[in-house]
Design a protein around this ligand. Sequence first.
Ligand code: ATP
Ligand code: MG
Length: 332
Amino acid sequence: MRQTITVFKGDGIGPEITDAVIRVMDAAGAELDYEIYNVGEAEYEAHGELIPKAAFESMERNKVLLKSPITTPVGKGFRSLNVFLRKKYDLYANIRPARSNHAVKTPFQDVDIVIFRENTEDLYVGVEEKIDENTVHATKLITRRASERIIRDAFEYARAHGRKKVTCVHKANILKISDGLFRDIFYEIREAYPEIAADDKIVDNVCMQMVMNPQQFDVMVMPNLYGDMLSDLASGLIGGLGLLPSSNLGEEFAMFEAVHGSAPDIAGKGIANPTALLWSACMMLEHLGQMECAAKIRRSVDTVLEEGAFNTPDIGGNATTAEYVEEIIKRL
Ligand code: ATP
Ligand code: MG
């Protein structure tokens, strides 16, 4: 059965990698129709709106969004369009799988970590208050509802994917009440998953351990801010931002995007690595039940990366985006 999804083409390398990903999905026989919208800074400059009304309507109709990186212009009413979308559609679970690909040389082997980042609260509620000229308060919000659902999702994922361990990351030694609540809820929820190991670690210690011995980590669950930072760290372990996909899931909507930003420094040069968005698209196809198609794309990407002759510059090659994509399509 054909399904319709919404696509947001954003800024910087966004349009190039989106076109690349759609070409691969079409070549792989994805049963998809697309409603494609330009969004972000370029769209604002062209038509005066960051996200056109029709784009929101499409997302609300289709429930599934493939989103390229967007630049949020300063002073246009949004702190961050990404944070805005995650909140508007209650996309509370940000799932970021970082797995080593032995074709991509890094100092770390056999990393296979799935980060579950809470996506709607913590310091990202963005409530800052000036007390006086020299004093500012920022709100860190942790609620039972949001913590329970992200932690449960992490354990459900571990169960469904045969994972062995879930690690809770926090700073409850200092933030005893807020992160303390998150950690307490973690141990409540884990009662229902006796077959899965569970432990908790303080975020600073985790930073060191992820670099010293990343293989010890399996599924990890954490509040928003630590998730933001540790997922970039995880991307470094596997060869960089060009290789880290993500899904943002809520009860009603789902959004799939690369973890990286719009990379203005390489925009328009034709050398962006589309893999992160392509793997995000694979997660989307799996979410939609198109497993075969996703598997086909993953196999083809693995083969091309492994052969290495058509890798993009960010992972040590010298191919263009177009050449890389052409090779993937040939091997489908
Ligand atoms: P944002 O604020 O939107 O998160 P950022 O400042 O974190 O943006 P990114 O756009 O994520 O920056 O880029 C960080 C670096 O990684 C840049 O040098 C960029 O060129 C590189 N980079 C990011 N994504 C890719 C990609 N898909 N292919 C190649 N290089 C990339
Ligand atoms: Mg960034």
